[in-house]
Design a protein around this ligand. Structure first.
Ligand code: NAD
Ligand code: UDP
Length: 330
C-alpha cells in the first residue's frame, strides 16, 4: 500500500452497494475510513461487520448540505464521492434531490478536498454517454443525453459533477480522478433495487415472473463488484497529476437482457416465466465500455467471468431469501 500524507479517507455513500465494498477494501489496505451516508438507498447492515472496527467511523449526513465542521477539520488525504442513488427507480423517486446530490454534494466534497489538500475521486457513470451513438463508448465521446427526460436528473447531475471536478482541477483547487462506472453487480445489491441483475435473480429465486422491459434485445455489460472496486482504488492512487481525465471502468463483455435472463434461469434452475413490460423512456439501446485507457493507465481489466460473478450473487441473494427478497418495480 502507498500511503501519503495521512491514512484517513472519507467515503461518501459508504452504506451503499459499492461504498460498503470500497470501505472493506480501504480497511484491508490499512487506511482509516470515515464513512458518510444519509441512508437513502444505503443500509446499515452493509456495514454491520465494521461496527467494532476501530479504524472505521460512520457519520450520518446528507451531502446536499455543507459538510459538518467536525468533518471539515479532519485531515483526510483521499475523498471518494459515491453518494448518489444509482438505480433508475430510486434516482427518479426524488429527481430534484438526485440532481442536487450530484451537483451540491460534489461541490461540498470538492470544497473539503480543497481545504484538506485531499484528492477526490468522483463516481461518474456510463449514463453520461446517454443513449450512445458511439459503440463501444470511449472517454472522448461527449454523449447523447436527453436533458429533460426522466433519467436527466441522474445523467445531467453526473455530467455537471464531472464539470465541477474538471474546473476545480483546472483552477488548481483540488486533484481529481473521475471514474465512469458501467453496470456493476454483486452481493449487497438491494433486492428492491430495481436494477436488472437484482430483479432477475430475486424473481428467479422466488419463482416469480421475470420482468423483461421491451423486447429484451437492449444490451448492457456487467462488471462484478470486486473488479470494479479494484479499478476505483487503482484510479485513485494513480499518478500525481491534478487531473488525468475520465476513465471508463466496466466489463466489456456485452450481452442482451434476454441473454442475462437465460443465464440466470440456467444457474438457478428456476421455473419462473418471462413476462414483458414496456421499455422505460430513454432506456439506452446498447452499452459497452472501451477500457483501453484503464488498461494502459492502471494496468486494470476485469477478472471475474460473468458466470462466476452471477453464481456468487445468486448465492448471496439465496442467503438473503430467508428474509423474503422481492424485486423492485418501476
Ligand atoms: P447505492 O444506491 O447502493 O449507493 C449510494 C449510496 O449513497 C447509498 O448508501 C445512499 O444512501 C448514499 N446517498 C445517496 N444520496 C446521498 C446524499 N444526498 N447524501 C449522503 N449519502 C447519499 O448505489 P451504488 O450502486 O453503490 O452506486 C454508488 C455510486 O456509484 C453512485 O454514485 C452511482 O452513481 C455510481 N455508479 C454505480 C453504478 C452501478 O452499477 N452500481 C454504475 C455507475 C455509477
Ligand atoms: N430491465 C429489465 N427488467 C428489469 C429491470 C431492468 O428488462 O426488471 C432492463 C432495463 O430496461 C435496461 C436494462 O435492463 O434496459 C438495465 O437496467 P438497469 O436498471 O439495471 O440499468 P441501466 O438501465 O441504468 O443501465
Amino acid at each position: 500500500m502507498r500511503h501519503r500524507e495521512s491514512t484517513l479517507v472519507l467515503v461518501a455513500g459508504a452504506a451503499g452497494f459499492l461504498g460498503s465494498h470500497l470501505c472493506d477494501r480501504l480497511l484491508a489496505e490499512g487506511y482509516e475510513v470515515i464513512g458518510l451516508d444519509h441512508f437513502g438507498t444505503g443500509r446499515r447492515r452493509n456495514l454491520r461487520h465494521l461496527e467494532r472496527e476501530p479504524r472505521f467511523d460512520l457519520v450520518t449526513h446528507d451531502v446536499v448540505q455543507p459538510l459538518p465542521a467536525r468533518l471539515r477539520r479532519q485531515r483526510v488525504s483521499r475523498i471518494y464521492n459515491l453518494a448518489c442513488p444509482a438505480s433508475p427507480p430510486h434516482y427518479q423517486a426524488d429527481p430534484e434531490h438526485t440532481l442536487l446530490t450530484s451537483v451540491l454534494g460534489t461541490r461540498h466534497l470538492l470544497l473539503a478536498a480543497e481545504e484538506s489538500g485531499a484528492r477526490l475521486l468522483q463516481a461518474s457513470t456510463s449514463e453520461i454517454y446517454g443513449d450512445p451513438e458511439m459503440h463501444p463508448q470511449q472517454e472522448s465521446y461527449w454523449g447523447h443525453v436527453n436533458p429533460t427526460g426522466p433519467r436527466a436528473c441522474y445523467d445531467e447531475g453526473k455530467r455537471a459533477a464531472e464539470t465541477l471536478c474538471a474546473d476545480y482541477a483546472r483552477a488548481g483547487r483540488a486533484a481529481v480522478r473521475v471514474a465512469r462506472i458501467f453496470n456493476t453487480y454483486g452481493p449487497r445489491m438491494r433486492a428492491d433495487d430495481g436494477r436488472v441483475v437484482s430483479n432477475v435473480i430475486c424473481q428467479a429465486l422466488a419463482g416469480d415472473d421475470i420482468t423483461v422491459y421491451g423486447d429484451g434485445s437492449q444490451t448492457r455489460s456487467f462488471c462484478y463488484v470486486d473488479d470494479l472496486i479494484d479499478g476505483l482504488y487503482r484510479l485513485m492512487e494513480h499518478g500525481e497529476a491534478r487531473d488525468i481525465g475520465a476513465v471508463n471502468l466496466g466489463n466489456p463483455v456485452e450481452l442482451t437482457v434476454s441473454d442475462l435472463v437465460r443465464r440466470v434461469l440456467g444457474l438457478t434452475g428456476s421455473p419462473s416465466a418471462v413476462v414483458t413490460r414496456p421499455l422505460p423512456i430513454d432506456d439506452p439501446r446498447r452499452r459497452r465500455p472501451d477500457i483501453t485507457r484503464a488498461g494502459e493507465l492502471l494496468g486494470w481489466a476485469p477478472r471475474v467471468p460473468l458466470e462466476q460473478g452471477l453464481r456468487a450473487t445468486v448465492m448471496w441473494f439465496s442467503d438473503e431469501a430467508e428474509d423474503g427478497p422481492r424485486a423492485g418495480r418501476r
